[in-house]
Design a protein around this ligand. Sequence first.
Ligand code: S3P
Length: 171
Amino acid sequence: MRIVLIGYMGSGKSTVGTLLSKELGYDFLDLDAYIEEAMGTTISNMFVEKGEIFFRKKEHFFLKKIFEEKNDFILSTGGGTPCYSGNMETMVAETKEVFYLKVSIAGLVDRLYKEKDDRPLIKDLSPSELPEFIGKHLFERNHFYAQAHHTIICDAKSPQEIVEEIKKKLA
Ligand code: S3P
């Protein structure tokens, strides 16, 4: 089985994916970590040294490679993965289990205040700029996130509760 978790930065994809993989026994793959290992550098460095477009090309390449090479996995994507290079079409065509972990703007702002420093797209924003940035960015990305087969509302839920909800929805 191939389970894919999508959602904005800070929506809990990696935490939920790790927990879900322990429960279901499938390998857990974190696309950001996979790219970093394959490229021998961090995503932050890639943005600084080669630029975002270079990163997006690698993201597309490694996403395709995972689907070509593996059949059973739980994959947590980067927040922008569904929004570039036809990646959402690929994921939706390759599995029926794409889950959008949906968190409200207020919830994301709350989480990302504390964890923005290693996220190149938001690290230079001041705390007061975050709500407007996230609101606009989510608006642009919604179109892609909305194509997921399932949406899980994650505000006020623990990772374990989200895992239980995902398990109930699996075909
Ligand atoms: C990005 C999200 C990041 C990472 C990169 C770009 C985005 O992943 O892929 O910094 O465009 O939203 P997380 O969602 O794991 O933070």
